[in-house]
Design a protein around this ligand. Structure first.
Ligand code: SAM
Ligand code: SF4
Ligand code: F3S
Length: 504
């Protein structure tokens, strides 16, 4: 869960809490996936552009409190209502409270029955209408609910993407049409809608102009992407051409300044040979892939309506490894799906061994109202499901440690993101140096001593030699090159180190 700051307003609705510094403030709490995090940053942009709201991480200072919610599992959904209860007392100060995201989409006006003090209920596709909803709340003096799915309208009403870092997310599609039997997403976010190719490329180019070097293309099934191409690129006879995900990646890679391309989440069924070929030809595409398998038993995969078998999944990975032998893989797993036997579970454990997954996400099945799997007989005791989950997580953890240890002594190229989490501590004693962190292509955090002019390294690609492997992070030292050594190492302070010899 993250707190994301949004923007504040001069909406004239008299909802100020008198935070005393003139500008209105918005507090946004985000639950759930990258899509929700992306949406929260867009909510912040929309409110800043329309009403001048400034972000705050202090809920007591807020004029507007927004919860951007997730309903993928029951626990996540229930958390929203307990959090709402905790801010209810702030209504006395005239604060507005809003609920967005997937719980809002699923429950709609029913949220007001359980929490009548909520002022705004908006869905993932209507977040751009928040300024109008706030104004309507003031004018009509009653709560506003808008959870429609107005196609892709949202993207036409968002201010241009802004960023202050070297890494940014870009949504390429909304919703999901896969209808896995356990999942609420197609119901909360609607069916797949794809942004036109040019819109995506314009957004990436704008981010690159602001110094972004790494983009993560976002969607629930990004490799199902089919984006309309601009008229200039239409085929003979005026038929609109459609770009698939492989072509989109090639176009993104051609944008000057983009050095790394990531994406999440992709679906095994949409993993085409064209996409595998892009791994062979596009070096900017990182050697890390999150490809959720969910389960290792074909019987359960079929009940989940995933549309592939374990062997088909492994075959995709084999083809991918043939062109990218160093690729690191991660997955999502569901344990305790209705009817899962010990034999089914053992098949998941075997698949984990066969593939050698790196850091992954795993969950106990949660019956979601309205999904087909919620109606299936489920006789496995919860305690056994939890035991299996622990066993699975321990196996993945072994892999994570082994993979981390194998990085020791290698040179890794990292994108330096900023001060490391424990950056309160300086680098070498008395040097005034700052601890920095960056990420490898395979998404491992690397902490290192940034030297006395560490600030200059932030946002740069840098080669580091890995000196220590902790389970979830690495420690490294920047690679010094001949020119830097001749300069007594001072060149490190003047800009990014460059080395041709890197491993992914
Ligand atoms: N679109 C992605 C895919 O197909 O793998 C994942 C999207 S989903 C928001 C994130 C993860 O939540 C899923 O991969 C799945 O492991 C988990 N999940 C979804 N529904 C669940 C449920 N009812 N119970 C437990 N885990 C669930
Ligand atoms: Fe949910 Fe399946 Fe769609 Fe992923 S592909 S969002 S798990 S329905
Ligand atoms: Fe949750 Fe909705 Fe994402 S249900 S995982 S916030 S798409």
């Amino acid at each position: 869960m993250n707190d994301t700051s949004g923007n504040g307003s001069g909406d004239g609705n008299g909802n100020g809490n008198g935070n005393g510094n003139g500008s209105k403030k918005v507090f946004i709490r985000t639950f759930g996936c990258h899509m929700n995090e992306y949406d929260s940053s867009k909510i912040a942009d929309v409110l800043r552009a329309a009403d001048g709201y400034e972000p705050t991480t202090d809920v007591e200072q807020a004029d507007l409190i927004l919860f951007n919610t997730c309903s993928v599992r029951e626990k996540a959904q229930e958390k929203v209502f307990s959090d709402l209860g905790r801010v209810r007392h702030l209504k006395k100060k005239g604060v507005l409270i809003g609920v967005g995201g997937c719980v809002a989409s699923q429950e709609g006006a029913a949220i007001l029955e359980r929490a009548p003090y909520v002022d705004l209920v908006f869905g993932p596709q209507t977040l751009h209408r928040l300024p109008q909803m706030i104004a309507a709340r003031a004018a009509e003096q009653r709560p506003q609910v808008d959870i429609r799915f107005p196609e892709i309208e949202k993207f036409d009403h968002l201010p241009p993407a802004r960023t202050d870092g070297a890494s940014a997310f870009v949504s390429i599609m909304e919703g999901c049409s896969k209808y896995c039997s356990y999942c609420v997403v197609p119901y909360t976010r609607g069916e797949e809608v794809h942004r036109p190719l040019d819109d995506v490329l314009t957004e990436v180019a704008g981010l690159a102009d602001q110094g972004v070097k790494e983009v993560t293309l976002l969607g629930q099934n990004v490799n199902a992407y089919r984006g309309l191409m601009a008229s200039a690129e239409r085929g003979a006879g005026g038929t609109p051409d459609i770009a698939d995900f492989a072509l989109l990646i090639e176009y993104v890679a051609a944008i000057p300044g983009i050095e790394r391309i990531r994406y999440t989440t992709s679906h095994p069924n949409e993993f085409t040979l064209r996409l595998i070929d892009v791994y062979a030809r596009v070096p900017q595409l990182v050697s890390h892939l999150h490809l959720p398998v969910q389960h290792g038993s074909d019987r359960i995969l079929m009940a989940m309506k995933r549309g592939y078998t374990a062997i088909e999944y492994k075959s995709t990975i084999r083809k991918l490894r043939a062109v990218r032998p160093d690729i690191s893989l991660s997955s999502d797993f569901i344990v305790g799906f209705p009817g899962e036997t010990q034999d089914d579970f053992d098949k998941t454990m075997k698949l984990i061994d066969d593939i050698g997954y790196d850091s992954s996400f795993s969950f106990v099945f949660s019956a979601r109202p309205g999904t087909p799997a919620a109606a299936l007989a489920d006789e496995t005791p919860q305690a056994l499901k939890l035991q299996r989950l622990q066993q699975l997580q321990a196996r993945i953890e072994d892999n994570v440690r082994r993979i981390s240890a194998s990085r020791q002594g290698t040179v890794q190229r990292i994108l330096v993101e900023g001060p490391s989490r424990n950056s309160g501590k300086a680098g070498k004693a008395g040097s005034g140096a700052q601890e920095l962190m960056g990420r490898t292509a395979c998404n491992r955090i690397v902490n290192f001593d940034g030297g006395p002019h560490a600030a200059r390294l932030i946002g740069q690609m840098l080669d580091v030699t890995i000196t220590e492997a902790l389970p979830h992070s690495l420690r490294g030292t920047p690679v010094l090159h001949v020119s830097m050594v001749a300069d007594g190492g001072n060149a490190l302070n003047a800009g990014p180190a460059r080395s041709p010899a890197t491993t992914a």
